[in-house]
Ligand binder design. Structure first.
Ligand code: GAR
Length: 193
């Protein structure tokens, strides 16, 4: 059974691209019903348009958050989406929204949670001097970057790494991990296994 995804992305959209590539290769049995962004210049929107995926742009700044979340909920209901995928979505979602979609929102974060929550996780990792970092796919709950962990990949921090070189090495693993975790999680959700 094909899982239906609503994807939220704020920027570059390389994780969104990796999800589309995995669908194309037949590794992820999914269909993206819409790409929703809070940033009108997000390159993720271009990738969606090129793939013929409906897009929606709407501000998610504090005052606009209720309207943004209402628009996402309506899109999910109208499309029958099973999961909301946060692929580099850089805004916090309200507790009400998370509760309404409980267990159906997945996020990818560029650290081995529970270490280095929040913004600039690779910067935090380099500053802390850890020798191993990585990425985490987790279920979103009302507490930031704290929901149940679905999958993780470890990435070595190398001598001389900057936040940028580390982030690039982590990103390679993100592109592998996120589609695989969505596939595993959606099988459990749809089949109830
Ligand atoms: C990714 O590294 C993702 O893990 C991170 O933003 C980047 C988005 O890249 N997300 C967070 O930090 C969420 N707190 P992308 O737009 O190329 O997928």
């Amino acid at each position: 059974m094909t899982v239906k995804l609503t994807v939220l992305a704020s920027g570059r959209g390389s994780n969104f691209g990796a999800i589309l590539d995995a669908i194309e290769r037949g590794e992820l049995d999914a269909r993206v019903t819409a790409l929703i962004s809070d940033q009108s210049a997000a390159p993720a929107l271009e990738r969606a348009r090129a793939a013929g995926i409906p897009t929606l742009v709407q501000s998610c700044r504090k005052a606009d958050k209720p309207a943004f979340e209402q628009a996402v909920t309506e899109q999910v209901q109208q499309s029958g989406s099973d999961l909301i995928i946060l692929a580099g979505f850089m805004r916090l979602l309200s507790a009400d929204f998370v509760e309404r979609h409980a267990g159906r929102i997945l996020n990818i974060h560029p650290s081995l949670l529970p270490s280095f929550k929040g913004l600039d996780a690779p910067v935090q990792a380099v500053e802390a001097g850890v020798k191993i970092s990585g990425c985490t796919v987790h279920v979103v709950t009302a507490d930031m970057d704290a929901g149940p962990i679905i999958a993780q990949a470890a990435v070595p921090v190398q001598e001389g790494d900057t936040a940028d070189t580390l982030a690039a090495r982590i990103l390679v693993e993100e592109h592998r991990l996120f589609p695989a975790a969505i596939q595993t999680y959606s099988r459990q959700l749809l089949v109830g296994a």
